[in-house]
Ligand binder design. Structure first.
Ligand code: 0X9
Ligand code: ZN
Length: 428
């Protein structure tokens, strides 16, 4: 209790991870899943032995962030159970600080370029305020770009959506891509911003073709409260900042809160869990704001919907909430595979294509499933995906990777989108 109180009192200060070790266990067995789960904190306020995978299933790479005073204990436990492991980092705060320093430099260079008239996509991780100012600027300087405030977060922040309509065809279809549903996955909003910038402005090639043929809708940060919190309080925050009634713990996992399979396995009813689903389907205003936009466009008019995460390098296909596949799975998989080929050709990285249960775990209430489902009031988009962006592993940086990744991530994910869209148009 004393520890919990101390943690609660300190909660307003920025959480630091000095000396935290990054432990990785490759391809965990089901026995190892149980051992690791009992080793890790069950309460998000502890921050002592943190399971960075929100959920662990056999076959996955486990990533544990361990406070210095518990490193010996974790090593002993792994030795006792004969679990092979690697320590891929010994100071998580240093990893965070190095990326922050690189980010400051990248921002200064971008601002200096801008001052001398060079307009290019931001290659630094922006704060909420910077994202919103950038969106306003893009819309103000380009007649075919508009910005709309699609709703308010739990704490009252605006949720901005970029719309790019440079179409030259009649009855154009739409593309809808949302970023930043999980706060700590910083490469997601930046990749969305890269794509928005280039679809809006780049002459020639696929950017121009995509601009002229489709109306693009991109809200890059659909969890602005959580995103802000990763900048001000805890780089490791995942959920939104819902003040949960009757609990001392904050936050709903917006990717367990959607209506399809709501409440099913892989989601938690405990507000202190990182996969807390919330009190009811679409209880979170941030999700409802996105849902309303997709309903208004109409799923049949949307050629591609994506809810974009990091990390692991996957191109996830519905269903996430159950092992059985949707009837349209063969087409979804075919086009996902074509996306992966295009991604590989763009920057040389492999992305694995499949359903969450097949390659990760069952997780009910995800945006991916709501996007695809044709139940009343749901997305009804045939081609609905949840990419997990770079890197592939915790050892390659996990959620905290240098801003030099933003352009290549943008190029490869845009290449994946183009291939996915072209495939969708080709199939009956
Ligand atoms: O667990 C998630 O929400 C996603 N992984 S993450 O590490 N970015 O949190 C996977 C989402 C897969 N979608 C569904 N299972 N519906
Ligand atoms: Zn995520």
């Amino acid at each position: 209790l004393v520890v919990l109180l101390a943690v609660a009192v300190a909660a307003e200060e920025k959480v630091k991870f000095h000396g935290y070790h990054s432990f990785v266990v490759d391809e965990v067995s089901s026995d190892e899943v149980s051992i690791i789960n009992s080793l890790c904190d069950t309460d998000q306020r502890m921050n002592q032995i943190v399971l960075m995978n929100d959920f662990l299933a056999p076959g996955m790479e486990a990533f544990l962030l361990v406070a210095p005073e518990h490193v010996q204990y974790v090593e002993n436990t792994f030795a006792k159970f004969n679990i092979p492991y690697n320590v891929v980092g010994t100071d998580y705060q240093e990893q965070i600080d190095l990326v922050d320093e690189a980010n400051t430099l990248a921002r200064e260079t971008w601002l200096a370029d801008k001052a001398r008239g060079v307009v290019r996509a931001p290659d630094y991780y922006m704060t909420n305020a910077q994202v919103n100012a950038w969106i306003a600027d893009l819309a103000a300087s380009n007649a075919h770009v508009s910005s709309s405030n699609i709703g308010s977060s739990e704490e009252g922040r605006d949720i901005w959506e970029i719309t790019i309509d440079g179409t030259t065809v009649s009855n154009p279809k739409h593309v809808y891509i949302n970023g930043g549903i999980h706060a700590r996955e910083w490469i997601s909003p930046s990749t969305m911003i890269f794509i928005a910038h280039n679809v809006a402005l780049t002459a020639g090639g696929d950017f121009q073709r995509m601009r002229e043929n489709y109306i693009w809708h991109i809200p890059p940060v659909i969890n602005p409260d959580g995103y802000e919190y990763t900048h001000t309080n805890n780089r490791n925050w995942r959920k939104n900042r819902r003040n949960n009634a009757g609990s001392a713990c904050f936050g709903v996992d917006q990717n367990r809160n959607w209506a399809k399979f709501f409440g099913g396995s892989g989601s938690s009813g405990d507000p202190c869990s990182d996969t807390y689903r919330g009190p009811s389907a679409l209880s979170e205003p941030e999700n409802e704001a996105v849902a309303a936009q997709i309903r208004a466009i109409g799923g049949a008019n949307i050629v591609l919907y994506m809810d974009v995460h990091s990390y692991s390098q996957y191109w996830l296909v519905p269903w996430g909430g159950q092992s059985a596949k949707p009837p349209m799975y063969p087409d979804l998989k075919t086009c996902g595979d074509e996306a992966a080929v295009a991604i590989q050709a763009a920057e040389g990285r492999s992305f694995l294509v499949g359903t969450p249960p097949d390659i990760l775990y069952v997780a009910a209430g995800g945006a991916l499933d709501w996007g695809h489902a044709d139940d009343a009031g749901m997305g009804n988009v045939k081609y609905s995906y949840s990419p997990e962006l770079r890197p592939a592993t915790a050892g390659q940086g996990g959620f905290v990777i240098p801003p030099e990744n933003i352009y290549p991530s943008g190029r490869e994910i845009f290449a994946g989108c183009v291939a996915n869209i072209d495939c969708a148009e080709r199939l009956p």
